[in-house]
Design a protein around this ligand. Structure first.
Ligand code: ADP
Ligand code: MG
Length: 259
């Protein structure tokens, strides 16, 4: 029997000493962490702390003039050594990203059906019939009425659109789901609903999730977390341990304000 090598051991990303500078200014520096396979890793920090820049570095989508130092290994492959085309292929095949405001992720002039098809089956080279059967079942699981497919984005609420993005993640089953403040534009009720559905997705698919948030309540669903401040990681560890015994003054303040 062939022994499957467990590429990358128990982590899917290994980020080492990553710094990004742009026009002589460091956006992030000395960022090192690993992302365990099949777990939820939260990246928490206030606005401007470098969370989105870190994600852009992982995606290989930094601004054109930005310069990156350090190394990012995805399944032991150094992303720095890939061409732009190879990186785009990797993103399409292995990653799925959900951004803060789903309204910006959809074109206003196309019906949801067409857009979900483009984000899922079309990427995977599947026909529309197969797509309709599968997406309808997923929408139902996410408490979305089937007729959202025939509506335009403006006819759906922010929470429904964000769940449409989640439906795509369910459909594609990416190796890594990256979500950048996915609930920040939602009201409290929809925030909680989204987080619950995200947890279900994780329980069902066992996907690796990188969840960016400035909200400790959202980070609470993660297994491990990294805390960023001023472009640096100030603390990292298991969520339960950090909640119990935060070490850095910034994290202590966050935890104290949360409870
Ligand atoms: N395209 C950009 N051009 C110039 N500065 C940027 C750009 N993107 C981010 N920054 C700066 O980098 C720092 C980190 O930003 P960002 O990664 O967006 O933080 P966060 O996502 O935690 O709010 C901030 O000081 C921000 O102003
Ligand atoms: Mg951000």
């Amino acid at each position: 029997m062939e022994v499957l090598s467990n590429k990358g051991g128990d982590h899917i990303f290994k980020i080492e000493n990553v710094a990004v500078h742009l026009n002589g200014k460091y956006l992030i520096h000395d960022v090192s962490f690993t992302v365990p396979k099949g777990q939820i890793t939260a990246v928490i920090g206030e606005s401007g702390s470098g969370k989105s820049t870190t994600l852009s570095a992982l995606l290989g989508m930094l601004p054109a003039q930005a310069v990156m130092e350090g190394s990012i290994l995805f399944n032991e492959r150094n992303l720095m050594e890939l061409s732009e085309q190879e990186r785009a292929g990797l993103r399409k095949k292995h990653f799925f990203t959900i951004f803060q405001d789903a309204t910006n992720s959809f074109s206003p002039t196309l019906k949801i059906k067409q857009q979900l098809y483009r984000l899922t089956a079309s990427r995977l080279g599947q026909k529309e019939e197969a797509f309709l059967g599968k997406i309808t079942a997923i929408l139902k699981d996410l408490n979305l009425p089937e007729d959202v497919l025939n509506r335009y984005p403006f006819e759906l609420s922010g929470g429904m659109l964000q769940r449409c993005m989640l439906a795509c993640a369910f459909y594609n089953e990416p190796d890594v789901l990256m979500a950048d403040e996915p609930t920040s534009a939602l009201d409290m009720l929809h925030q909680q609903e989204f987080i619950k559905l995200l947890k279900n997705l994780h329980a069902r698919l066992g996907a690796t999730i990188i969840l960016i948030t400035h909200d400790l309540g959202v980070a609470a669903i993660a297994d491990s977390m990294i805390v960023m401040k001023n472009g640096e990681i100030v603390e990292a560890g298991q969520v339960a341990e950090i909640f119990k015994e935060p070490k850095h003054p910034y994290t202590k303040r966050l935890v104290a304000n949360h409870f």
